[in-house]
Design a protein around this ligand. Structure first.
Ligand SMILES: C[S@@+](CC[C@H](N)C(=O)[O-])C[C@H]1O[C@@H](n2cnc3c(N)ncnc32)[C@H](O)[C@@H]1O
Length: 214
């Protein structure tokens, strides 16, 4: 088992995190015990973050004590791995859709370091009072205005770091993804420094991951 980042491991080409709740699966992922520690397989086809790490992203700012705001948390697939890593931190998971949120609420009941917020991420002023200081914003929202949503939240919460998964086709289907990514990066650079980036094909087609600092 090789540690790639604190709390993130690689074994035989697969990614793993240490299961916070031994014996429990979140999305039918594989569990594996080694030297008395139970690991959960982190599927890159189900989680863009896992795809980015396997594709060689060097900047992974999630730590044991990270406090993060997760926009577009859905039912918590990726968030559950962040919860495995940030055992002394906290994750605020925001989503606007009722059905996945219902599953995320149940997951938060099992994990001490996550809480659900059902809200439109485009209106951070609505949930600002519920969120303490965060050191990272993670966003995975396939909407046309995804970059504006991200920058607005970075601003409102004064987050020093951010990770955004961008889907080119949600922004403009008529342009080649490369062109969309150039436009997006130009917009982001007006507010933040892009520290690292990687394309997520083939696991997530026409997506890019950007790691930014304010
Ligand atoms: C691709 S899924 C996220 C998958 C999840 N990040 C994971 O890896 O487990 C995108 C999510 O964004 C949510 N979403 C879309 N627009 C939103 C908005 N304006 N505010 C909050 N959530 C939004 C959708 O409901 C959906 O659950």
């Amino acid at each position: 088992m090789k540690q790639l980042f604190p709390g993130v491991y690689r074994y035989k080409g697969r990614l793993f995190t240490v299961n916070l709740i031994p014996g429990r699966r979140v999305y039918n992922e594989r569990l594996m015990t080694m030297d008395g520690i139970e690991y959960r397989s982190w599927n890159p086809y189900r989680s863009k973050m896992a795809a980015a790490i396997l594709k060689g992203l060097k900047r992974f700012p999630v730590r044991e004590s990270s406090r993060m705001l997760y926009l577009g948390v859905s039912s918590g697939t990726t968030a559950s791995h962040f919860s495995d890593i940030a055992t002394r931190g906290f994750i605020y998971g925001v989503d606007v859709a009722f059905r996945p949120m219902k599953r995320f609420v149940a997951l938060c009941g099992e994990r001490h370091n996550m809480t659900p917020i059902m809200a439109d991420a485009g209106r951070p002023e609505k949930y600002r009072p519920m969120v303490d200081a965060v050191d990272l914003i993670y966003q995975d929202i396939s909407q046309k205005n995804q970059v504006a949503i991200f920058l607005k939240n970075m601003d409102v919460f004064g987050a020093p770091e951010g990770l955004i998964m961008i889907k080119a086709r949600s922004i403009d289907v008529t342009l080649p993804p490369k062109k969309v990514f150039e436009m997006v990066k130009k917009k982001i650079r007006k507010h933040c420094t892009i520290e690292d980036e990687c394309r997520l094909d083939p696991q997530a087609k026409d997506h890019i991951c950007l790691a930014v600092k304010r």
